[in-house]
Design a protein around this ligand. Structure first.
Ligand code: UD1
Ligand code: CA
Length: 454
């Protein structure tokens, strides 16, 4: 089949966003709208993705590091037909061309596949949708036999045409060969003085092409974003679909309306996810994982049976099976917790590799550290990993007991089985099974008299 080329229109200003950020860079599900569209185009197997940019072009290019994108500049926004025309020199004659929009981010792959899958030289594929309130959209005009004959824009329509509820989504597909004859022939003598892409429908019909109309499963798939209200609407639709997927795949959600997925979440069976949980980036959750309310989990893997309690923040971490985290734990990048570990409230870890069964239960900072198995880190223990210039490691062997309120001044190694007395500031290595105590000795002064009030 002839190669598929996708043209994405993204040159408009988007003034109703009231934003310094170009409209197509506003995120849905944590990702710029344009990037959703580019990903969909790639998924369709596009040989090349031509993105037409104008307003905020620099910023759009900078933010988009996608090798298969060919940037096309449209200096003046003279209309959708003019926009697609800017890409014509880069379209091979034998290509099938699909036109998408940088501000229509959530069209499903299947919907577009239906449009381009069977496209041939004698067909124009058009995606339409039927609306209760079609105001503002181009109307699909059909003849007495019900065949599409043209599209007429809102501002150019007769009162009879305005009553038509089937509207143009803007998304269409046709071979490049035809675009190359039609687009240069467009005129801008219409109510808006623009070169309308929609005028090619009448041209196609006149040349005897058949117009093959399809519709999306859900109108949100073709919903464009012009303001932040529509942005929020699409975000909620996307999130509701994600919630439905998670439930279908085996997660119980305390409230499907209060979980947000901003990235790629993969799950096992029998999960419990409480309210107000946010997943970002690439997250994998094993079976029987439980996530408490208010957690944020980013780019992490959590093995089966782990319990993440309320208000914990986990990023760039690997959490072993049946681990217990939180409430109020902060697990930072490079943390690797083995199975059956416990990290309790007000504990921060960073680049900490923690062996099976070890516990850091309360109020600690463990950074640039490796802990063996069954280590017990007492409340208030701090690894002093930073001297103001460099970072150093703390190494703790199997079965070590670290008393509460200990400072471990790195680099330092505590060998297996050692015990650290509470309140110690440890600056030298401790050998196998030794007891280290490094604190002021207690003096009890008898006969001490409290000062009297002056
Ligand atoms: C267009 C369609 C209309 C359809 C509607 C669906 C035309 C003439 N009309 O109308 O039939 O119902 O979309 O939303 O095509 N753009 C450029 N360069 C330009 C002009 C537009 O890149 O010169 C981009 C805009 O950034 C926008 C998109 O194309 O993302 C649509 O343009 P817009 O002017 O909003 O078209 P509508 O009037 O909504
Ligand atoms: Ca529009």
């Amino acid at each position: 089949m002839s190669p598929l080329h996708v043209v994405i229109l993204a040159a408009g200003q988007g003034s109703r966003m009231k934003s310094a950020l170009p409209k197509v860079l506003h995120p849905v599900a944590g990702r710029p709208m344009l990037h959703h569209v580019i990903a969909t185009a790639k998924q369709l197997g596009a040989e090349r993705i031509h993105t037409v940019i104008g307003h905020g072009a620099e910023k759009v290019r900078e933010t988009t590091t996608e090798a298969s994108v060919n940037w096309v500049t449209q200096n003046e926004q003279l209309g959708t037909g003019h926009a697609v025309a800017q890409a014509l020199p880069d379209l091979p004659d034998d290509a099938r061309v699909l036109v998408l929009y940088g501000d229509v981010p959530l069209t499903r792959h299947d919907t577009l596949e239906a449009l381009v899958g069977t496209l041939d030289d004698n067909t124009l594929g058009l995606l339409t949708v039927t609306m209760d309130n079609p105001h503002g959209y181009g109307r699909i005009v059909r003849n007495a036999e019900g065949k599409v004959v043209s599209i007429v824009e809102q501002k150019d329509a007769t009162p009879e045409q305005l009553a038509i509820r089937e509207v143009n989504t803007g998304i269409l597909a046709v071979s490049a060969k035809h675009l190359k004859t039609w687009l240069p022939a467009l005129s801008n003598s219409n109510a808006q003085g623009e070169y309308y892409l929609t005028d090619i429908i009448a041209m196609a019909v006149e040349q005897g092409l058949s117009v093959s109309v399809s519709q999306p499963e859900d109108p949100y798939e073709v919903q464009g974003v012009n303001n932040r209200l529509q942005l929020a609407e699409l975000e909620r639709w996307f999130q509701r679909r994600e919630a439905d997927r998670l439930m279908t795949e085996g997660a119980t959600l305390a409230d499907p309306a209060r979980v947000d997925v901003r990235g790629e979440l993969t799950i096992g069976n029998d999960l419990w996810i409480d309210v107000n949980v946010v997943f970002e980036g690439k997250v994998t959750l094993g079976s029987n994982v439980s996530i408490g309310p208010g957690c944020v989990i980013k780019d992490s893997t959590i093995a089966q049976g782990a319990e993440i309690r309320a208000n914990s923040v986990i990023e760039g971490a690997t959490i072993g099976a049946n681990a217990q985290i939180g409430p109020f734990a902060r697990i930072r990048p490079g943390t690797e917790l083995a199975a059956n570990t416990k990290v309790g409230n007000f504990v921060e870890t960073k680049k900490a590799v923690v062996g099976e069964g070890s516990k850091i239960n309360h109020l600690s900072y463990v950074g640039d550290a490796s802990l063996g198995r069954n280590v017990n880190v007492g409340a208030g223990t701090i690894t002093c990993n930073y001297d103001g210039v460099n970072k150093y490691r703390t190494v703790i062997g199997d079965g070590v007991f670290v008393g509460s309120n200990t400072s471990l001044v790195a680099p330092v190694t505590i060998a297996a089985g050692a015990t650290i007395g509470a309140g110690s500031t440890i600056t030298r290595d401790v050998a196998d099974s030794e007891l280290a105590v490094a604190r002021g000795r207690q003096r009890n002064i008898s006969g001490w008299e409290k000062p009297g009030k002056n």
